[in-house]
Write a protein that binds this ligand. Structure first.
Ligand code: NDP
Length: 254
């Protein structure tokens, strides 16, 4: 889906974290947002830690390690400077690991929470003053996961499921706290999406078995998740806050 004549984000200024991997969900969100008329600051730890950068064709790439509060403060200051304000925040950066509980050391558990949950807090907290200043229907969209709803069990272990469960609860609380101040907060919960996190990770037999168990009989694409994120970031969802939108082909129906 491209923007074409329908510009759902015209004049909006967006932050997307974890957008450096061209095969990831973040990159699909950036492409769709640009096609819909937004200007976008892409934050990722893969980008070099340089000085402030200008917008080029509506986009600026900035270094940010979401697990470090100081890094987020600097990146958000630069993003606000480049964009002139912030109306949309997409907390997409994340990591996954399948380690089962009997093999799971404390430092791996801690790191998972630091990136996925504390990272979501760090970026949200740093972006909040600008979001509260926005007069363009500001919105936060966070990345949960089906793993949080069904108890992990695939490529995500208990630490991944817990981190994403935390993101979902955090989002619901944000919706309650920020609604009266004009900021919406919602989640998407993707199922199995074809990115580097999943591609080739199941092995042929398990992959076929999994697909047969999905009502739509296939894995999803990053673009299909981006479309749900576009809905939640745009004014199309103006009366929705605190919701979790499943993008899982029917894999988990509840
Ligand atoms: P990717 O690994 O392609 O994208 C995640 C991006 O976040 C990468 O660019 C990654 O960089 C970056 N990142 C990791 N750690 C940090 C950090 N500390 N600071 C800044 N950036 C960081 O994965 P997906 O596109 O698949 O995942 C995107 C989001 O969707 C994640 O939150 C994931 O948990 C969620 N999700 C994905 C599902 C799937 O099936 N793919 C299912 C459910 C949820 P690097 O590559 O260097 O690690």
């Amino acid at each position: 889906m491209t923007g074409g004549a329908l510009q759902l984000l015209a004049g909006k200024r967006a932050i997307v974290t974890g957008g450096a991997n061209p095969r990831g969900i973040g990159a699909a969100v950036v492409d769709l947002f640009l096609a819909h008329g937004a200007s976008v600051a892409v934050l990722d730890h893969a980008y070099p830690d340089g000085a402030a950068a200008p917008l080029i064709q509506g986009r600026v790439d900035l270094h940010c390690d979401v697990s470090r509060a100081a890094s987020c403060e600097t990146a958000l200051m630069r993003a606000k400077e480049a964009l002139g304000g912030i109306d949309i925040l997409v907390n997409n950066a994340g990591i996954v690991a399948a380690t089962r509980i009997w093999d799971l050391p404390e430092d791996e558990f801690r790191r998972m929470i630091e990136v996925n949950l504390t990272g979501t807090y760090n970026v949200t907290h740093a972006a909040l003053p600008a979001l509260l200043e926005s007069t363009r229907q500001p919105a936060i969209v966070n990345l949960g996961s089906t793993a949080a709803l069904r108890g992990g069990g695939l490529l995500g272990g208990s630490h991944y499921a817990a981190s994403k469960g935390g993101v979902i609860s955090f989002t619901k609380a944000l919706a309650r706290e920020l609604g009266p101040r004009g900021v919406r907060a919602n989640c998407v919960a993707p199922g199995i999406i074809e990115t580097d996190m999943t591609l080739g990770k199941f092995g042929e037999n398990w992959e076929q078995e999994l697909k047969q168990g999905i009502p739509l009989q296939r894995f999803g694409s990053p673009a299909e998740v981006a479309q749900a994120i576009l809905f939640l970031a745009s004014d199309l969802s103006s009366y929705s806050t605190g919701i979790v939108v499943d993008v899982n082909g029917g894999f988990h129906i509840h």
